[in-house]
Write a protein of this length. Sequence first.
Length: 181
Amino acid sequence: MIPVGYMAKQVSLHPEWLRAEGVEDIYSVSGCISRNFADYIPYWKHNGYWFFDNPEIIQGLAGEHSMDLNGTQLFYYETYELEYDEEEHEWLEFERADFPTDVIIPAEKVLEGYDLVSFSIGTNAECSPLSCNHLANTVQTNQHCLLDSFEKARQVLESEDFKGVEPGPYRIFAVYSVGWA
């Protein structure tokens, strides 16, 4: 797994329209349901994976631009080295954007599960079909609407259940919760 960085998110509780039993909240990588702390891209403080190298960069950006981090949860992400092309049914290499990237791995992190994320443009995370496209209605997820293992994530991506959900390719992300320093 490749360390890709951090994101602060406003975690959404289980939306009424998602009929997935056992889901309490949404820890998705995408910002569709559990929103990122801000529209951060125009500030160009993100790394080549479109996340942040460390929590201090997020805190600095928020302080500099009066962005409220109250109520946000901090996440750290790693991604599988390959992305899945659902049309060709194959795993392919991908490259990060040519931005400085020096992700600091957290001393303490709690693995919450694995998310499947679309990257049709190839830059930032787009959709997390487990939550965004209601895939958790038919695929067993944990309380955070994530898959419990990398193997399960790979199996779901390669299955017929996943066909035509969103334009891919897709990446598998390990989602960790971390504390604010």
